[in-house]
Design a binder for this molecule. Structure first.
Ligand code: HEC
Length: 154
């Protein structure tokens, strides 16, 4: 009786674990791919908008209106990354498992990047080159550090 019971249990566990592993390897659905695509686009936009803002900086010849618009886009795109790393959106992306297993540093760097871009926008409003540069530096100091820990190379 006891033997029979544990065999049943074992078979049940085997079925369960096979089921789980096949789930882990199934192709991501289209809603998941949309989330991944949106966050990759946001990062790509941040990269090109950061370059655009840097080009705009030109001492007393700075085009402040242009700089303000570009920096507002930086704020929008960096804020759009909040909640963009929903659970279950690993497969089909370049994110590493550590995004979910070690979120503290990930969240800290994300926040640091967002605050940097907010400072860029404030600097643009105040027409302060120094403040814009400080914000850019803060934001850009997060990219490599986060990629090293949280983005796979392929
Ligand atoms: C908090 C972590 C974090 C920060 C900060 C961060 N990134 Fe990323 N980045 C990632 C992750 C994770 C991915 C992979 C996303 C995916 O494939 O779903 C990524 C992807 C990218 C991509 C590739 C998008 C694609 O289509 O594959 C670019 C470009 C990029 N980041 C640029 C930047 C730049 C520039 C900065 C700094 C200004 C930055 N990132 C800051 C985590 C970060």
């Amino acid at each position: 009786m006891f033997t029979h019971h544990s065999t049943t249990k074992l078979v049940f566990l085997l079925v369960l674990s096979t089921g789980t592993s096949s789930l882990a390897y199934s192709a991501p659905d289209s809603a998941t791919l949309d989330i991944i695509d949106a966050r990759q686009k946001a990062f790509t936009a941040l990269e090109s908008q950061t370059k655009a803002v840097k080009k705009t900086l030109d001492g007393s010849d700075t085009d402040w209106q242009n700089l303000l618009e570009a920096s507002e886009q930086l704020v929008v795109n960096s804020d759009a990354l909040n909640g963009a790393f929903a659970l279950g959106t690993l497969e089909g992306s370049k994110a590493k498992e550590s995004v979910w297993s070690k979120p503290d540093k990930f969240n800290r760097l994300m926040q640091q990047m967002q605050q940097g871009y907010q400072q860029v926008a404030l600097g643009a409003q105040n027409q302060s080159i120094a403040e814009v540069e400080k914000g850019l530096k803060a934001a850009e100091s997060t990219c490599k550090s986060c990629h090293r820990s949280y983005r796979s190379r392929w």
